[in-house]
Design a protein around this ligand. Structure first.
Ligand SMILES: Nc1ncnc2c1ncn2[C@@H]1O[C@H](COP(=O)(O)OP(=O)(O)OP(=O)(O)O)[C@@H](O)[C@H]1O
Ligand SMILES: [Mg+2]
Length: 304
């Protein structure tokens, strides 16, 4: 297959996917998400890259483009419909996808499937926060609705800190803010699922003084987590990926250190797997390539 990883260029993960893909006879390429060009005319529509590569030449495109470059979803729909291109992060080309542009839809799906997550309120401003703050105890979490890697996640001990956090989040141009109960913990878990099946997990522990966020990108330390010893947590992670229709997901789960109860924090689409491979030895790149092959095997489309 000729495979494009949209959104990855000079990155260890692309090299790993090229390595494992190459061993199985596939040509794996990457591109900047910002290099997309859509040519739109009454008598013709086309999708190509600034360096001249045509997207219809790829059998499969894995969209790792972040959720603000919606034009990629238009390109993906056009390619899937007209050339049978296989799209990974397929939910982006399905009707009803627009609802997925906020974590609130994941929370709704988790509620509808009785999956555990911290009690949360999504608000747009201080007035909204004031209206619901009585539902929470301090400390609590205030976080952006468009976050990654721990950026825009605050631990607040009083309402002034809540107001400041909302202001900072609004400064980033994000409107919706999530207020959630704080789960006492000694780190969290990042569970990596491919095709809604868990392939590995790592425990992340904050290392910096006073840091409450376990993200590796916030200085967290990773270690292998034996997921097979925790079938309940494995099931929760796989179901979380399934109900949010995230084919390749990084599911964050936190365990209450007093009660042992697990909670889903986030279901991340197009997650990084560098840390997972480093700390667990799982060959995530190979698992992803094998998943692409399974999509092709089951696809009925000419290009697939
Ligand atoms: N409700 C909570 N209780 C305790 N700690 C939390 C809670 N929510 C978040 N955290 C801490 O903050 C970190 C980052 O939070 P979260 O995973 O929700 O956002 P993010 O990592 O920025 O987003 P994403 O996972 O989508 O990249 C978590 O890994 C965890 O350590
Ligand atoms: Mg996270």
């Amino acid at each position: 297959m000729k495979i494009l990883i949209a959104g990855l260029v000079t990155n260890i993960q692309l090299l790993r996917l090229q390595e494992e893909g190459g061993k199985l006879g596939h040509q794996v390429e990457g591109c900047y998400a910002a290099d997309l060009i859509l040519e739109c005319k009454t008598n013709g529509f086309d999708a190509f890259l600034a360096d001249g590569r045509h997207l219809k030449d790829y059998n499969l495109i894995y969209l790792m483009v972040g959720n603000r470059r919606w034009e990629w979803y238009t390109a993906a729909s056009y390619l899937a419909e007209n050339f049978g291109t296989l799209i990974v992060n397929r939910k982006t080309v399905e009707a009803g996808y627009k609802y997925y542009l906020t974590p609130a839809i994941d929370y709704l799906r988790q509620t509808q499937n009785n999956l555990p997550y911290p009690a949360s309120c999504v608000v747009f401003n201080k007035k909204g926060a004031e209206a619901v703050i009585g539902k929470f105890n301090y400390p609590l979490i205030v976080k952006t609705s468009a976050g990654r890697q721990g950026r825009g996640v605050y631990l607040c001990h009083n309402f002034d800190e809540v107001k400041n956090a909302i202001e900072e989040i609004h400064h980033t141009g994000v409107k919706a803010v999530v207020i959630r109960e704080f789960i006492p913990n000694d780190g969290d878990l990042r569970i990596f699922t491919v095709g809604f099946k868990a392939i590995g997990a790592m425990k992340r522990v904050p290392t910096r003084e006073g840091e409450f966020r376990s993200n590796i990108s916030q200085g967290g330390r990773g270690e292998k987590f034996e997921l097979d010893n925790y079938p309940e947590i494995k099931k929760i992670a796989e179901n979380a990926a399934k109900v949010s229709r995230t084919e390749i997901a990084g599911v964050d789960i936190i365990i209450n250190k007093d009660t042992g109860k697990p909670y889903i924090l986030e279901v991340n689409p197009s997650p990084q797997f560098e840390g997972l491979e480093k700390y667990t030895g799982v060959n995530a790149a190979l698992e992803i390539i094998k998943y692409f092959e399974s999509l092709r095997k089951h696809s009925t489309t000419p290009s697939g």
